[in-house]
Design a protein around this ligand. Structure first.
Ligand code: MRU
Length: 367
């Protein structure tokens, strides 16, 4: 995607041997656009844990590059395989909900360990991390086309502007490029279909008002930021034509884990007969878990993310401000699960599929 007219991806490797992996520190967006290097495994883990990078596909790709960073920082004396397995274990555990992380780390680790010449490990890790990043970008591009077909159909049937409600940021910042939920919006907009996006601010970390709004602005897509609780009211008054969100983990039976608050949007959409779509690449599908409510681990994050809200102060600094009484405790579950029965369809790189076990397994040729 373009930032101020310049093409960029949310993560990339710069230079030769060793390459420097760089990320955008998303904590400061939209007010500051800062690239930071990942010089060691500690940086990789902190980038994921502290949400400098976030969003399931990007967490996965960062994990993949993390294996490369571990290889190039391998200390000489230790048993190399044991060291690498340990470091990969730490990276894998940085955040629990997005299944992409373990998937990508394991895939790169497997490629590296299959290389008998340790002198070629860095090369193997780099090639695989690049392959995963390119694959995810292509997946998102395809999701964009399939999703735009749905938006186009709504536009043909309804006429006029298609109003889409989204939650959190499932944009290119969350996915290397294009995004999952945003890819159809960009593709529809580029096809000339008039759309308008309701952007949930998405407390506590405001990925909607900070990141999705910024992305849409960069791409010239008309949008309005709303508080998280406005969606139901807008739906009741005919101002939402579809809900389109991403996912951090989706079970093979179609239960969708996404940013906290998504489930409430799905309930309101059902009550108002509005289609609710989740857009996600197959790397986000959990092939081991059927029931999302009981089976998907929901990350519990620092209560201070709820208590303090950072924003741009008049001096131009980003400053956290305390909202509740300083002695009130806060709780911070980061995701919730929308059961398949509330999901109209899942938009994947292979097409749109019903949120049903048989259909999902068939589409991805899994016995
Ligand atoms: O906690 P985050 O910011 O990593 O959560 C991820 C999200 O932004 C979403 O829940 C998103 O909708 C799915 S990831 C493309």
């Amino acid at each position: 995607m373009k930032v101020d007219g310049q093409w960029c991806r949310a993560i990339f490797a710069e230079g030769g041997d060793p390459a420097v992996v760089k990320i955008i520190d998303q904590r400061w967006l939209p007010h500051k656009f800062v690239w930071v290097p990942l010089d060691g495994v500690g940086d990789v883990i902190s980038a994921i844990k502290d949400m400098k990078v976030r969003g399931a596909p990007l967490i996965g790709v960062t994990g993949a590059w993390g294996v490369y960073v571990a290889v190039v920082n391998k200390p000489g004396l230790q048993d190399a395989e044991e060291y690498l397995r340990q470091e990969c274990g730490h990276i894998r555990e940085a955040r629990p909900t997005a299944v992409n992380l373990a998937w990508a780390v394991d895939r790169v680790l497997e490629k590296v360990l299959a290389e008998p010449d340790q002198g070629k490990w860095a090369e193997a890790a780099k090639a695989e991390a690049e392959r995963i990043a390119d694959w995810e970008v292509e997946n998102c591009r395809k999701i964009g086309e399939y999703g735009a077909d749905i938006i186009e159909k709504i536009h043909r049937e309804k006429g006029g502007v298609v109003n889409i409600l989204t939650h959190c940021n499932a944009g290119w910042l969350a996915c290397v490029d294009y995004g999952t939920a945003t890819a159809p919006m960009y593709a529809a907009h580029d096809r000339g279909i008039p759309i308008h996006v309701w952007v949930d601010e998405t407390r506590p970390l405001n990925q909607g008002s900070r990141l999705t709004a910024w992305e849409l602005l960069q791409h010239g897509v008309p949008h309005t930021v709303i508080v998280d609780n406005a969606g139901g009211h807008l739906m009741q008054h005919g101002q939402v034509d579809m809900v389109l969100v991403g996912s951090d983990r989706t079970t093979y039976a179609g239960d969708v884990a996404n940013k906290i608050g998504t489930y409430l949007k799905a309930l309101a959409a059902k009550d108002n007969n509005i289609p609710f779509y989740a857009a996600l690449p197959s790397s986000t599908i959990d092939w081991e878990t059927k029931d999302g409510v009981s089976g998907i681990p929901i990350e519990e994050r620092d209560p201070d993310e709820v208590r303090f809200v950072p924003g741009l102060d008049p001096r131009g600094d980003i400053t956290p401000v305390l909202i509740p009484p300083k002695d009130s405790p806060a709780g911070n579950p980061a995701f919730d699960v929308t059961p398949a029965r509330l999901v109209t369809g899942i938009i994947t790189e292979r097409g749109v599929v019903a949120p049903e076990e048989k259909a999902i397994l068939e589409l991805f040729e899994r016995g």
